[in-house]
Ligand binder design. Structure first.
Ligand SMILES: [Zn+2]
Ligand SMILES: [Zn+2]
Ligand SMILES: [Zn+2]
Length: 205
């Protein structure tokens, strides 16, 4: 079974992604974090203030993972770090041409947001696992979240920096981009239904 690999071997990439609070990767110890802050000349106190703008007050550990991309056929967000791109409900496998590089927060219990978003090890998409139904999977049956981390999405935070047109589909539970003219194919049939969704913001490199 495939797992979605952790980003901890890509710290350098994430340190460059220091627009707001992403300088602290969860794979780092606090000592390494402090050392990094000193090396870069950023005051720890000042950074803590920045952190508290977006997260609960105090020292907040934030783990992030890259290798997430948008599929131009089904509009879903899916993980591209495995050998398989995953079955697409629009036919074949997901097609990420034209996608940005998305970064998700995972396994960071102190980060404000909606957690229990999970990676499906069959179709590679990100789907919400907090409802009774796991949602129909394009690879057959329902999504399977075994091996996934616990992802946290920013929900209804209009000032959080990132791309804001992401929505939850009530039929398949998948996160999908709703900023295009057409909604994407839904594995539960027809196109995604985002009527009951809040507004999700994704960080993009
Ligand atoms: Zn797709
Ligand atoms: Zn699936
Ligand atoms: Zn759907």
């Amino acid at each position: 079974m495939a797992f979605n690999k952790n980003i901890q071997n890509k710290d350098a990439k994430f340190f460059r992604f220091g627009k707001f609070d992403s300088v602290f990767n969860g794979g780092q110890t606090r000592r390494k974090f402090l050392k990094y802050m000193m090396l870069t000349g950023i005051g720890v106190t000042g950074t803590t203030v920045t952190l508290s703008l977006w997260h609960k007050p105090g020292f907040t550990q934030v783990s992030r993972q890259g290798d997430w991309q948008w599929c131009r056929k089904c509009q879903a967000l899916s993980f591209v770090g495995n050998d398989s791109l995953g079955a697409c409900p629009a036919g074949g496998v997901h097609n990420h041409r034209g996608s940005g590089e998305y970064v998700l927060i995972l396994d960071s219990p102190n980060v404000r947001g909606q957690d229990n978003w999970r990676w499906c090890n069959k179709c590679q998409v990100l789907a919400f696992a907090g409802n009774q139904t796991l949602g129909i999977c394009a690879a057959g049956g329902v999504h399977n979240h075994q091996g996934s981390g616990n992802y946290v999405l920013k929900l209804n935070e209009p000032n959080y920096p990132g791309q804001k047109e992401w929505r939850w589909c009530i039929k398949c539970q998948e996160l999908n981009f709703a900023g295009n003219d057409s909604l994407g194919s839904c594995p539960a049939g027809g196109v995604h239904n985002n009527i009951s969704s809040g507004a999700y913001t994704l960080e993009i490199l």
